[in-house]
Design a protein around this ligand. Sequence first.
Ligand code: CS2
Length: 488
Amino acid sequence: MSNTRLCQTTLAALPAGIAAPAYDRAGVTPGIVHLGVGAFHRAHQAVFVDDCLNRGEAGWGIVAASLRNADTRDALAPQDNLYTYCERDGRDERLRVVGSILETLVAPESPARLIERLCDPRVRIVTLTVTEKGYLANLSERRLMRDHPDLVHDLENPDAPRSIHGFLLAAIRRRRAEGAVPLTLLSCDNLPANGTVLRLLLTEFAHISDPDLADYIASAVSCPCAMVDRIVPATTGADRLAVAHGLGVADAWPVVAEPYFRWVIEDRFPHGRPGLEASGVEFVDDVEPYEHMKLRMLNGAHTAIAAIGQIAGLATVTDIYAEVRVRAFVDRYWREVASTLSPLVSGADYVAGLRTRFANPALRHRAVQIASDASQKVPQRILAPLLELRRDNRAHGAVMMALALWIRSCAARNEAGEPIIIQDPAFNGWTAPDQEFLPSEAVIERFLGFDRVFSAPCRAEPGFAAALTAAYHTIRTKGVLTAIEMAG
Ligand code: CS2
């Protein structure tokens, strides 16, 4: 019933103090198609685009697509695609209704409709948050997993694809034929050199499916790299109740986030972009220094903290980070990793902010969420700085311990003997050793054979296996909290 649910007609009756679109949504036209409409997109990009629409840039509405299931569309359609962005700093809560999403699609229901929207001549940018696994690639080698069932399917069904590569190629092919301006593809996923990687993978896919398009992509399609930063935990039932209480109407799909954000983008938009800088988004020539800082400091520490939580049976980042030994360990981890960062970025300022952000009691960011797909996160978050530190002969005991923590967190049981939940399809497809019954050396040897994480040069590095075994063995014999106290 529209009078009990957030939607266009209930907007006018929202309590004072709740921001809502000040623009005429009917006059907004699509300029962006977003692939992967999860909570992060709705708490980050969609909010800043909403700012642009509020400033009168009516040509940048978003058509958002889920590539998998219908949950988001089913929740947002009865709400005219409106939803609440709820910002919590641990003391106060601010609610804002966001109107930048004009339409939500479910790609598997109608791939043709998504291709249609991607080919709308008014659309100039495609943004993506499909997570690491959405790229269907061996990310350390920047190559497609060519035998992935979705890619095999897309090669046979170019007009009804399933993968981002299939959709993007279908759109690029048709836009070129129809003379529409080339798309700018903006990856907003936590991958190093995300735009470059997207371009490489897409070009590889073009080479095997439509070689003619490979040259066109190289010459006409811009793929700027971007660093995105904002902690957005999965929305809970309690969040929905709290938001409904504040709004006076129900919202089936609100998002909850911290106030902090950063979005740094390479300014390569040959066919235009919204004026996001007015919202504090930064445009630079080279994103790499920012991306290393964020992936290695925030995400690396997150992965280590999540592993500690999984091993010790602690549920949320705030709970885990409240433990003094964890805070001291993470400080040492940051000190080690900071020495791999470019002098162009201030690791010290970033760390000061991270301490407050990780302690935010209002976020309830669950370890199991961050630990999901860890095998696709560890290489860029932990292994890359670790190998640099070893190459340069710098202190790296805490970073090595973080790697060992991930390995221990892949065991069947935590330290209390309870089962550990592992949501990591790439890892589950590999035969993980049953750690409990193997000596530490054998566990590490088996893990080092997992080539999705450990590349050949890493395996060949003298002393690497021994140092990792020692860190892992300490966790096993002394317990996780003592092990991290001893590391670094
Ligand atoms: C987290 C990130 O789930 C995870 O892997 O580390 O989602 C993290 O919260 C964001 O990257 C923060 O910007």
